[in-house]
Design a binder for this molecule. Structure first.
Ligand SMILES: Nc1ncnc2c1ncn2[C@@H]1O[C@H](COP(=O)(O)OP(=O)(O)OP(=O)(O)O)[C@@H](O)[C@H]1O
Ligand SMILES: [Mg+2]
Length: 346
C-alpha cells in the first residue's frame, strides 16, 4: 500500500497534524480502480465510440478520494502551444441542469468565461476546449445528482446532454455516485449502452487469513500517527475492535484516528489510550442518537473500545464478507444489474 499527501494550498510543508489530515492510503481496491479507469482511457483512444464506466459505492467508502487521486495522476500541463488537461474532473452541481453542468465543466477546464453565453454556445465551447486540451477522460462525481433530490425524478434532459457530449467528443466518461445512480442509466437506454462496466467500491473486508487489507491499513495509520498509540492497532485484540467501530469504511476510520489524535494533543497527552478511543466513540454515538432516538442497533449497543468488549459483542460480518476476495470482479451483466436495482429498491 502506498500513501500520498497533498501539499497545502500555499505550497508550505504541511505540519504533522495537517499531514495526518491529508494522508491518503492507496489500498489495493484504490489501485485496482485506478487501473480500470486507465484501461478505459486507453481503450477509447481513436475509437468511434468511447468506453465508459460507472463507479458505485455507499457514502464514505472513498469514491471522491479515488477521483481526486486519479485526477492528480494526470496533472494539468502548460505547454508552448496551450494547456493540456488529460483528465477533466468535476462534481455534478445541484441542481443538475444542462447549464450548471456545462458551466462546471468549463470552469474546471480553465475557461475564464465559463459563465458567459447561451447553453448552445457553452456546449460548443466545451467540445472545442476538450479537443484543444487533449482531454482523454472525464470524471463526474455525484452522479446521483441526476435524480432530483426533492421529487426523486430522473433529470432526463441533463442525462441526454451527457449522452451527446460522449457521442460528439468521443471522450470517455467515468461516472461516480451512490448505488441509486443506477436508476439514471436504466432510464436512458442510449446513455446506458455507452457504459459497459459497473464497478462497486465496497468497504474493506473483515480481516481474515485470506484478506489482510484492513490490517495493512491500520499498520499505515499507526506508522503515520503523530501521537503514538498505547496499543498495537493490528493486534488480535485491537483489529476486531477497530473493525466493529468502522465496519471497514474509510470515512469513520479516518475520522476516529484524526479526532482522537486532535483531542489527545489538545490535552497535552503523549500517547493515545484505549479509553480515549472509547470516549470518542461514546461521544459520537450519543450525538447521533440525539438526532435519532431509534438508533439502537446492536452495532452501537456496546462500545467496541470498552475494556470488557469482546468480538462476540460485534455484529457478525455477513458470510459473504468472510469469503476470500475474488481475484477480479467481472463486469456486471445487464441481467445482474437489473436484479441489483430491483434489490436496492425492493
Ligand atoms: N484511501 C483513503 N485514505 C485515507 N482517507 C480516506 C481514504 N478514502 C477515504 N478517506 C477518508 O474518508 C472520507 C470520505 O471519503 P470520500 O469523500 O472519498 O468518500 P465518498 O465515498 O466520496 O463519500 P460520499 O458518498 O459521502 O461523497 C475522506 O474525507 C477521507 O478522510
Ligand atoms: Mg464523494
Amino acid at each position: 500500500m502506498k500513501t500520498s499527501r497533498n501539499s497545502t494550498r500555499d505550497g508550505l510543508k504541511p505540519d504533522a497534524y495537517t499531514a495526518m489530515q491529508q494522508l491518503v492510503i492507496e489500498h489495493p481496491q484504490i489501485k485496482r480502480t485506478i487501473a480500470r479507469i486507465d484501461e478505459y482511457k486507453e481503450a477509447s483512444k481513436g475509437s468511434r465510440e468511447p468506453n465508459c464506466m460507472l463507479i458505485l459505492g455507499r457514502p464514505g467508502v472513498g469514491k471522491t478520494t479515488i477521483k481526486d487521486l486519479y485526477t492528480a495522476k494526470y496533472a494539468i500541463e502548460k505547454t508552448d502551444t496551450g494547456t493540456k488537461v488529460p483528465v477533466l474532473s468535476a462534481t455534478i452541481p445541484v441542481p443538475a441542469t444542462m447549464m450548471t453542468l456545462v458551466t462546471a465543466l468549463l470552469t474546471k477546464i480553465g475557461d475564464p468565461l465559463a459563465v458567459k453565453g447561451t447553453l448552445h454556445q457553452k456546449t460548443l465551447r466545451l467540445y472545442r476546449l476538450l479537443k484543444e486540451c487533449e482531454t482523454e477522460m472525464i470524471l463526474l462525481d455525484e452522479f446521483h445528482h441526476f435524480i432530483d433530490c426533492d421529487s426523486e425524478k430522473i433529470l432526463n434532459s441533463v442525462s441526454n446532454w451527457l449522452k451527446n457530449l460522449i457521442s460528439e467528443t468521443k471522450v470517455p466518461v467515468t461516472l461516480i455516485g451512490l448505488p441509486k445512480s443506477l436508476r439514471v442509466l436504466f432510464a436512458n437506454s442510449q446513455l446506458e449502452r455507452r457504459f459497459s462496466d459497473i464497478l462497486h467500491i465496497s468497504p474493506i473486508k473483515y480481516p481474515s487469513a485470506n484478506n489482510k487489507d484492513f490490517k495493512h491499513l491500520l499498520k499505515i495509520i499507526q506508522e503515520h500517527a503523530i501521537l503514538k498509540f498505547d496499543m498495537d492497532l493490528t493486534s488480535e485484540d485491537m483489529l476486531p475492535r477497530m473493525y466493529a467501530a468502522t465496519n471497514g469504511y474509510l470515512s469513520p476510520l479516518m475520522l476516529l484516528v484524526r479526532m482522537v489524535t486532535f483531542s489527545c494533543k489538545k490535552q497535552g497527552k503523549k500517547t493515545i489510550e484505549l479509553k480515549d478511543m472509547a470516549e470518542f466513540h461514546h461521544r459520537k454515538i450519543s450525538a447521533m442518537s440525539k438526532g435519532n432516538p431509534n438508533l439502537r442497533t446492536s452495532r452501537y449497543e456496546k462500545n467496541p473500545f470498552s475494556l470488557d468488549w469482546t468480538p462476540a459483542d460485534a455484529v457478525k460480518p455477513s458470510s459473504k464478507s468472510q469469503k476470500p476476495a475474488a481475484k477480479r470482479k467481472p463486469p456486471m451483466s445487464k441481467a445482474e444489474a437489473s436484479r441489483e436495482i430491483r434489490e436496492i429498491y425492493s
